[in-house]
Design a protein around this ligand. Structure first.
Ligand SMILES: NC(=O)c1ccc[n+]([C@@H]2O[C@H](COP(=O)([O-])OP(=O)(O)OC[C@H]3O[C@@H](n4cnc5c(N)ncnc54)[C@H](O)[C@@H]3O)[C@@H](O)[C@H]2O)c1
Length: 564
């Protein structure tokens, strides 16, 4: 039976037949022959997902002093029904990923159609032609419970398979650079033995030239710069690999302005990545308890943090919003905790803060459902019959990346509690984790399984029509700091909703004047870490009472005057 891969725009691509492979390899060999004559190094980037697609373009865009491309890049992607379409888009010069960075599209177009330094393929035979292989396939951490990262495991299946395939195809002189975020120890204790075994079977005595360097890529407006113009850390498995990886990265990354750190062993580079992200996850998680403290004691945590940030040593203290999200922070610490036992064989449990931080971040969004429930209750509206609008599905401001966003948990919990949800997000075309919840992030690991009554969510679609989304809602949840939500006028919001509604601020989006205005308009306001709203509410009530008293006194005087 013919199988198809369908792009997000609905274009259908038939998966290759066995006979297509030989033809495709011929095409690549011819291109590579021409490219070698031009003196270009051949680089295969394995996995053209979020990171690989842009990394491939950054490498393909590399030029010498005279402006001539120095690399020819083959983006290699397995032809699965889920991902095969990416190859076709790339070969047209179209990015296979949604990017808010205006540099991505022209760069991919330029490399594919003008410089002719970038192509994409489905055949692993491409690896036979490589001088360098960059591995950008995923290495997931699969959690089996909600809020308990220890109950999970590293899923290295795709990575292990990729390494085996690479070793079966490459020349012994090929540098293999693992950029995937891995459990510390993977390059030396997983990748090296896998590849060496295959090399020996092929009669190759030389050790594989393996190195590790991690991506610090950030989705958003500076996506390309976060790969090319950013500090790198790298390490090789031996002197030759270290020399090769250093040379390669110095050629493709802007290491002159963003100096690179070369560490002694790959486990150090791998650990640096995990510690870096665990540090970030920890400083975010730590504020969860202070957020609750603030809510229960009349404190506005947003103002408290602004006051603290003035001190230069504390300038990176950040408000966590409704959970953390993204692909990296929710999983990377888990890779480290898992590696300690399953790669390095220790039995004791040395990790306290790293897993706890992830667990706190993974469940923080559930509190938003409680605030929504309480705000509606204060308006005498039962949550179970309420229409609720969520503003923002992505995990951070002004991007369309929805992976592990706090918003998903909010939608799931409120749905479980009986509410009807609507979602608005100017950056998100399809919220796959909801729309295709039985497939995303994988068929066995949707967050759906931790909640009841989720089936109907497959029908939920993200709307871009703000006015329509607001019409008739009982509550609005400000979940993400998208620029579209920062300056909304309360009078307009209430007008579009058709009357007072519950307002939930998850991210310090509303200033005090707006909060006051919402109360004046008859709304109820609650917010994560925003305990001071009660004071504003009391102030509005007092002002209203004073006004009523003044009015009745005035009317009383009027009566007396008229009688006289
Ligand atoms: N913001 C980010 O997304 C980010 C930031 C820093 C680091 N990273 C790390 O970069 C790595 C890649 O992440 P991503 O977001 O690009 O993942 P992704 O899932 O978008 O992409 C991985 C790609 O690899 C492909 N693939 C899997 N097995 C393959 C095989 N055998 N041959 C060829 N292709 C194969 C998949 O089909 C997919 O297209 C991860 O380790 C991640 O932790 C990601």
């Amino acid at each position: 039976m013919k199988q198809y891969s369908i792009s997000p725009d609905g274009e259908k691509f038939q998966l290759p037949d066995p006979k297509d492979y030989a033809k495709e390899f011929e095409r690549l060999k011819n291109s590579v022959r021409e490219q070698r004559e031009l003196g270009r190094e051949i680089v295969v980037v394995m996995g053209v997902g979020f990171v690989g697609a842009v990394m491939a373009a950054v490498v393909a865009d590399t030029e010498d002093e005279s402006g001539n491309p120095t690399k020819f890049v083959i983006g290699m992607q397995r032809p699965s029904t889920r991902s095969y379409w990416k190859i076709h888009l790339l070969n047209r010069g179209v990015p296979p990923v949604d990017a808010e960075d205006p540099e991505v599209e022209p760069m991919i177009h330029r490399c594919v159609n003008e410089k002719k330094s970038l192509v994409a393929t489905f055949t692993y035979d491409a690896l036979k032609l490589a001088d360098v292989v960059v591995v950008d396939v995923q290495c997931d951490y699969l959690k089996e419970s909600l809020g308990n990262v220890r109950d999970g495991r590293t899923d290295m299946g795709a990575l292990e398979k990729s390494l085996e395939i690479i070793a079966e195809h490459i020349s012994p002189e090929t540098l293999v650079l693992i950029e995937t975020t891995v459990a510390p120890g993977t390059t030396e204790q997983v990748a090296y033995p896998i590849m060496r075994k295959v090399f020996r079977k092929r009669g190759i005595e030389k050790d594989p030239l393996l190195a590790h360097s991690y991506e610090r890529v950030m989705p958003g407006k500076h996506y390309v710069a976060s790969i090319r113009d950013f500090w790198r850390v790298c390490s090789g498995i031996n002197d030759e690999a270290t020399k090769r990886v250093k040379k390669f990265l110095e050629e493709v990354i802007n290491t002159k302005e963003y100096p690179m750190t070369v560490l002694n062993r790959p486990i150090e580079s791998e650990t640096a990545k995990i510690v870096e992200n665990s540090f970030r996850a920890t400083i975010l998680a730590f504020l969860d308890e202070w957020s609750l403290f603030a809510e229960r004691n009349g404190v506005d945590l947003i103002k408290v943090l602004e006051a603290i940030r003035v001190r230069p040593t504390h300038s990176n203290i950040i408000f966590p919003g409704p959970g953390i999200g993204g692909y990296c922070l929710p999983k990377d610490g888990g890779l480290g905790v898992w590696a300690y036992r399953h790669i390095h064989g220790f039995e004791d449990d040395i990790f306290k803060i790293t897993p706890l931080a992830i667990d706190i971040n993974d469940t923080r969004a559930l509190h938003v459902a409680q605030l929504t429930r309480d705000a509606l209750r204060n308006m005498s509206r039962p949550l179970a019959a309420a229409e609720i609008l969520l503003l923002g599905a992505s995990y951070r401001e002004d991007v369309g990346d929805t992976r592990y966003s706090g918003s998903e948990l909010i939608v799931r919990r409120l749905t479980e509690m009986g509410a009807e949800l609507r979602v608005h997000d100017p950056y998100v075309q399809h919220w796959w984790e909801i729309e295709k919840q039985d497939e995303y992030p994988s068929s066995t690991h949707s967050l759906k399984r931790f909640f009841r009554s989720q089936d109907k969510l497959s029908e939920l679609r993200v709307t871009k029509d703000f006015k329509q989304a607001l019409n008739g809602t009982d509550a609005v949840i400000f979940a993400v700091r998208h620029k579209h939500y920062m300056d909304l006028d309360p009078d307009n919001v209430v007008g579009m909703a058709g009357g007072p509604l519950a307002i939930i601020d998850c991210f310090g989006i509303l200033d005090d004047d707006k909060i006051k205005r919402y109360f004046e308009l008859g709304c109820e306001v609650k917010g994560l870490g925003r305990g001071h709203v009660k004071r504003i509410k009391d102030q509005v009530r007092e002002e209203r009472e004073k006004m009523l008293l003044a009015l009745s006194a005035k009317h009383g005087t009027d009566c007396v005057t008229k009688k006289a």
